[in-house]
Design a protein around this ligand. Structure first.
Ligand code: PLP
Length: 297
C-alpha cells in the first residue's frame, strides 16, 4: 500500500513570498511541527481530504475551492491555490515514481494559523494509503442518529461556531464515532435540535425517496460535499430528480435508499438506522460507486 509522502508548503498563503515552487518534499518519518503551532494547540486551521484513485486526485479543484472557503470563514490568509494544487500533484508523483502508490490513497492538505505570535501560516500535504473500504461499500454500515445540539440555522445565527467550514477541530466528530461504536453501530447521522437531518461526522447524507434524491441544504450548518455533488451528477444522469431540502428523521426511515458519501470512502449504503433495517438499492449503489471511481472531476 501507499507509503506516506510529505510535502511541506513554504508559501501556503498569499501573505508569504514564493521562492521556487513554494513547497518541497520532506521526510515523513521525522517531526516537523512546532509545538506552539496553533493548529496543534487550538485546532485553529482548516483541511481537505482528497481521494486519489489510480493516481488521480478526484475533484481537486472543488476541494481547493472549499479549502479557500473554509480559510475565509476562519479569517485565515487566502491559500495560494496554484501552489497547493502543484503540491498535491507532487506528492502523488513522488509516490508513483517510488512505485508505492496504491490504487486508492488519500491526500490531506492542512493550513493552520501558524506558530503563535508569528502571523505566518503553516501548510503541508500528506499522502497516505486509504483504509480498506471494500466491506463497508459492499455490506453497508449501521448508523445511529445523534443530537448535534444546535438548530439547523446555526450558521446564520452564530457564524463564530464555524459550521460549514472544514476546520481542524474534529474532536467532537471523532467522539460521536466512538459513541456509535459503543452502541454497536458503525457511523452517525447528526440531527439538529429542531429535528433536521444534517450530515455524518465525516460524510454527507443522501436519501432516495421514489424518483427523487435529496441531501440537506448546505446552508444548514453542514459541509458542501464534493462527493455529494459528484453523486448528484450520477443520479441526474440516471433520470432521477436531485434536490437540496430540509429532511426530517422520519423521512430517512421510510426512504428507498440511504447513503453516506465522502472523498475516500466514496459511498456506503446505510443498512440499519437506529437499529431498524433500511431499504438497500444494491444496483444504484454499485452504479454510483463505479461513477465515483471512474469520473475524475
Ligand atoms: N461532512 C463532513 C463533516 C466531512 O468531514 C466530510 C468529509 O470528510 C464530508 C461531509 C464529505 O465531504 P467530501 O465528499 O467533500 O469528502
Amino acid at each position: 500500500s501507499t507509503e506516506p509522502v510529505l510535502v511541506l508548503v513554504s508559501a501556503p498563503t498569499e501573505g508569504e513570498p514564493v521562492a521556487g515552487p513554494g513547497f518541497a518534499l520532506a521526510d515523513p518519518t521525522v517531526p516537523h511541527l512546532d509545538v506552539n503551532d496553533l493548529g496543534a494547540v487550538r485546532g485553529d486551521g482548516v483541511f481537505e481530504t482528497i481521494g486519489v484513485i489510480d493516481g488521480h486526485p478526484q475533484a481537486l479543484d472543488a476541494h481547493l475551492l472549499r479549502f479557500a472557503r473554509s480559510a475565509a470563514q476562519l479569517e485565515l490568509p487566502a491559500p495560494r491555490l496554484d501552489v497547493w494544487r502543484e503540491a498535491v500533484l507532487a506528492a502523488v508523483e513522488a509516490a508513483r515514481s517510488a512505485g508505492t502508490l496504491a490504487a486508492e490513497a488519500g491526500a490531506k492538505t492542512v493550513l493552520t494559523r501558524g506558530v503563535e505570535g508569528t502571523g505566518v501560516a503553516t501548510g503541508w500535504v500528506r499522502l497516505s494509503a486509504a483504509p480498506d473500504m471494500s466491506t463497508a461499500r459492499r455490506d453497508g454500515v449501521r448508523v445511529i442518529t445523534l443530537d448535534r445540539g444546535f438548530p439547523a440555522d446555526v450558521a446564520q445565527r452564530a457564524p463564530w461556531l464555524l459550521q460549514g467550514a472544514k476546520t481542524l477541530s474534529y474532536a467532537i466528530n471523532m467522539a460521536a464515532l466512538r459513541h456509535a461504536r459503543s452502541r454497536d453501530a458503525d457511523d452517525v447521522i447528526f440531527v439538529s435540535s429542531d429535528g433536521a437531518v444534517l450530515e455524518g461526522p465525516t460524510a454527507n447524507v443522501l436519501v432516495r425517496i421514489g424518483d427523487e434524491v435529496i441531501t440537506p441544504p448546505t446552508d444548514q450548518a453542514i459541509l458542501a460535499g464534493t462527493t455529494q455533488a459528484r453523486a448528484f451528477d450520477f443520479f441526474a444522469g440516471r433520470g432521477l430528480r436531485t434536490s437540496e431540502r430540509r429532511l426530517g428523521v422520519a423521512e430517512l426511515a421510510d426512504a428507498d435508499g440511504l447513503w453516506l458519501t465522502s472523498s475516500v470512502r466514496l459511498v456506503v449504503p446505510v443498512t440499519t438506522l437506529d437499529g431498524v433495517a433500511c431499504a438497500v438499492d444494491a444496483d444504484l449503489t454499485e452504479g454510483l460507486l463505479r461513477h465515483l471511481r471512474t469520473v475524475t472531476d
